[in-house]
Design a protein around this ligand. Structure first.
Ligand code: ADP
Ligand code: ASP
Ligand code: MG
Length: 823
């Protein structure tokens, strides 16, 4: 950040933002809003497509396929149409008086080209500059007409370059001084500067290269130590890939200068590669925003960016390159072969994009622009004449129609194996790799492929490596009802989550009790269960734990939809390593206090979310409620609850006249009980839930401190489910009597759990038939919270306390909370 605020913002609008009158109006309103923040310098490109039309006009003149006057007239018509929609007649004539001499000059230049049938780089720059020279006065006039005082500035007054036409090099000291002088008295009037154009010290027009207006903006920003430079364009920011190749590319929120520079150098057209340079010294932030969606956050480029820890942020491509191959068995051990090749190319002013040497040293690949291929082969051949005659080098040739693909992100060099993964990902989609360069730079790994493979290659690399900043990866233990419903929900919600929440939940694996499947690139939720059946690999929980710990996916979340003690036992290791856990399994939280303490300790250490709302009352907000009360300083005096859906069902059925054994049988048939209903009737589930509630309230408690009234007598301790069911009618008489007695006083029986000053217990209670506890039906749960704040007027959470669908919904909601927390 600049130490002192200069109170200056530089805003650059690209050609796409000023393509027609409608868009220019939109730009005027963005400028009007920005000038309220600070003094404002605007840099503007040629109207969208005009630079290309100018190049086309040159071609037309060189080949004499189009009359210069006709080409100029087309450009003028388009320009004047835009002006017509933007300006009243008077302003229009004023503007045309200014720009007419640029059009006249353009006509003369094109006539000259037509005559000579050739165009030097110097003349080409002079022609191309016309686009910006006329667009700045138009935007300034449009601003004026909209009540925003503005004047146009010809950047040739302030930006000085050498005579390397086509992409000239800026003389920074001279330019900075000129910029400062020019804007010394900058006030509230908006300055509209032509992008892209400059002059040599001889006063000859030069340009900064295609997309050079970005650079113009940051040069001015750097010279004036602007508070910020904004680049307004037609996409939401810097995207993870070229959106024309990868339609689901997404916006990268933050980048470092180095990453952005690398991205631009390796083909991301959204920025000129030199754009970041002037910002580095002062750490001036660069903001890329969408003119059409000014409210979206865009991409922020700063010195630090947001480190990705060696992960790939974007995939880029440079088209139209050629690979110059130097091949031969005699190169091994001969030092300096690549250095000599390099020097010879530099002497010819040929820019080398990339260089790569096979580890066998039997070939060297040098990547150059396709236009330079012939010259490059000729130069290198001359340099190695001797080696060629001795057959140390057998062949020097160029492979044309290639592209360079790059994976860009910080600390890429520290990712061993990344190149290998890149190879195999491309191999899987049959893309042939001609060369690969790793480690040349800290921030990218590049590969050369044939032009025809660019689209599939970029798409594959994007899917494999580019990590959405808000992508969460889940691994699911359990393949029963809850897991299946969760996969259904993930499939159904995918679109919504992605568009509304910008969240992509990727299933990277799942396990049943004996096997698992794993794929870091994601398994479609609809296929998980079938693939687990078909292609599952045998593995125990510890094996899976190792795989999970070794994985490097973003936002890993383990979902436990089992009732397994073994799975519960691995939570501490997961949490300690920053892997979130979402549990529907009650085992981990309801064991010995010491183990619970260790679990919470691991969670704090790994700062990983640990969520288990569905262990209590399925998806009902029970634990969240307790947590919110405790966190906000309320004191919970007592929680009373019907917290077993199974027991609630049995007691409800008895109140409606069913015999005890019948009620249990029906509960079992409808899937509300464990396979052996004895487990439910013994109260193990009630015990666990009471412990979880108590601990959430901050109490320390061992499982045997929970006092439960037995529903079964001691003769029902063992035997299988069938014999258990067969013996149940023995208890019918006793229960019938209890039910009748309570009914006589307009009461009914309910199994109620309680955590409060009197202890932690569960028991059969007679409750008023029309009290909250009395009117429950089905498997509904009810929780009554008595707190200091709600003294005398307890509040209630009531609803379905069981069911795979509601539970799966609750699990998904915990997954989303975990994903957001890990952002
Ligand atoms: P402007 O006229 O605003 O300067 P450009 O056409 O120069 O706009 O640059 C924006 C275009 O760059 C986008 O419309 C997009 O098609 C293209 N592009 C290529 N790669 C990327 C990328 N990684 N991120 C964003 N845009 C990209
Ligand atoms: N008008 C120039 C181009 O199209 C410069 C720019 O837009 O930045 O490349
Ligand atoms: Mg551009």
């Amino acid at each position: 950040m600049p130490a002192r605020k200069s109170n200056i913002i530089v805003s650059k609008f690209g050609g796409t933002s000023v393509a027609d009158a409608e868009r220019i109006k939109n730009v005027c309103s963005i400028i009007d809003a920005t000038r309220k923040e600070a003094r404002l310098i605007v840099v503007v490109s040629a109207l969208g497509g005009m630079t290309d039309s100018l190049l086309e006009a040159i071609r037309g003149a060189v080949t004499r396929s189009k009359e210069p006057s006709e080409a100029v007239q087309e450009l003028v018509d388009r320009y004047e149409r835009a002006a017509h929609h933007l300006l009243p007649a008077n302003d229009r004539s004023e503007l045309f008086a200014i720009v007419n001499h640029y059009w006249a000059e353009l006509g003369e230049l094109l006539d000259g080209i037509f005559l000579l049938r050739e165009c030097t780089p110097r003349t080409r720059d002079a022609v191309m500059a016309t686009g910006e020279l006329v667009s700045a006065p138009l935007l300034a006039a449009a601003l004026d007409a909209n009540g925003v005082p503005a004047s146009a500035v010809d950047a040739r007054e302030i930006i000085r370059t050498d005579d390397d036409f086509g992409e000239a090099n800026v003389d920074m000291p001279v330019t900075y001084a000129a910029v400062r002088r020019r804007f010394e008295n900058l006030g509230s009037e908006v300055m509209v500067v032509t992008g892209f154009v400059a002059t040599t010290d001889q006063g000859v027009t030069s340009t900064l290269g295609r997309s050079g207006s970005d650079y113009t903006a940051t040069i001015i920003g750097g010279a004036l130590e602007a508070d910020r430079v904004d680049i307004w364009t037609d996409v939401d920011g810097v995207l993870s890939a070229d959106p024309r190749l990868v339609p689901d590319a997404y916006t990268i929120r933050e980048l470092s200068y180095i990453e952005a520079g690398e991205l631009a150098y390796f083909g991301a057209k959204v920025l000129h590669p030199r754009t970041m340079r002037p910002l580095v010294a002062r750490g001036i932030p660069l903001h890329i925003k969408n003119t059409f969606r000014p409210d979206t956050p865009g991409t922020l480029i700063t010195r630090e960016g947001r480190p990705s820890g060696g992960r790939v942020k974007a995939i880029t491509s440079v088209r139209n390159v050629a690979v110059v191959m130097i091949e031969g068995t005699g190169m091994a051990g001969v030092p300096g072969v690549s250095a000599r090749a390099f020097t010879s190319l530099a002497n010819e002013d040929i820019n080398v994009l990339m260089i790569s040497q096979a580890s066998s040293e039997q070939s060297i690949c040098i990547v150059v622009s396709q236009d330079d291929a012939d010259l490059a082969v000729r130069t290198v051949t001359e340099t190695f004449e001797l080696e060629l005659s001795r057959q140390d080098i057998s062949r020097i040739h160029a492979i044309r129609n290639c592209s360079v693909l790059s994976a860009v992100g910080d600390r890429m060099r520290h990712q061993p194996g990344l190149a290998g993964r890149m190879f195999s990902a491309l191999g899987r989609c049959n893309v042939n790799i001609l060369a690969i360069a790793q480690g040349a730079s800290e921030t990218n790994i590049s590969a050369v492929v044939e032009e025809k493979d660019v689209r599939p290659a970029v798409t594959t690399l994007h899917t494999t490596f580019a990590r959405r900043e808000n992508r969460a990866h889940i691994f699911v233990f359990g393949a029963g009802g809850v897991a299946r419903c969760l996969f259904d929900l993930l499939r159904a919600q995918r679109e919504w989550l992605s568009t509304m929440q910008h969240l992509d939940v990727v299933v990277i694996g799942a396990a049943n009790s004996t096997e698992y499947i794993w794929s870091e690139s994601g398994i479609p939720p609809a296929e998980v269960v079938a693939r687990l059946d078909k292609e599952g690999t045998e593995a125990n929980t510890r094996d899976i734990l190792r795989t999970l710990l070794a994985s490097k996916v973003d936002r890993p979340i383990v979902v436990d939809a089992t009732a397994s003690q073994e799975v519960a036992a691995i939570y501490p290791e997961l949490l300690r390593r920053g892997i979130a856990v979402v549990a529907a399994n009650k085992k981990a939280n309801s064991g010995e206090q010491a183990r619970y303490d260790a679990l919470k300790h691991a969670q704090r250490e790994g700062r990983a979310p640990y969520l288990y709302e569905t262990t209590e009352g399925a998806a009902l907000p029970v634990l969240t409620t307790i947590r919110d009360l405790v966190d906000s300083g309320d004191e919970i005096i007592r929680v009373r609850a019907v917290l077993s859906g199974t027991l609630a069902f049995v007691f409800n059925a008895m109140s409606s006249g069913a015999r005890f054994s019948e009620a249990v049988r029906e509960a079992r048939e409808r899937g509300f009980t464990e396979p052996n209903p004895r487990e439910d009737l013994r109260g193990a589930d009630v015990r666990r839930k009471l412990i979880i509630i108590a601990r959430e309230m901050g109490l320390r408690i061992e499982p045997d401190e929970v006092k439960l009234e037995a529903i079964l007598d001691s003769t029902f301790t063992d035997g299988d489910a069938e014999s258990f069911m067969a013996r149940l009618p023995q208890l019918d008489g006793d229960w019938a009597e209890r039910v009748q007695t309570t009914a006589a006083s307009n009461k009914r029986l309910q199994y109620v759990g309680e955590v409060g000053p009197e202890g932690i217990f569960g028991r059969v209670e007679s409750v008023d038939a029309n009290s909250n506890f009395g009117i429950l039906s089905g498997t509904d749960n009810l929780f009554v919270f008595e707190t200091r704040r709600h003294e005398g007027n307890p509040f209630i959470v009531r609803g379905p306390g069981a069911g795979v669908e509601t539970t799966a919904g609750g699990v998904l909601s915990d997954v989303l909370i975990a994903a957001r927390t890990m952002r």
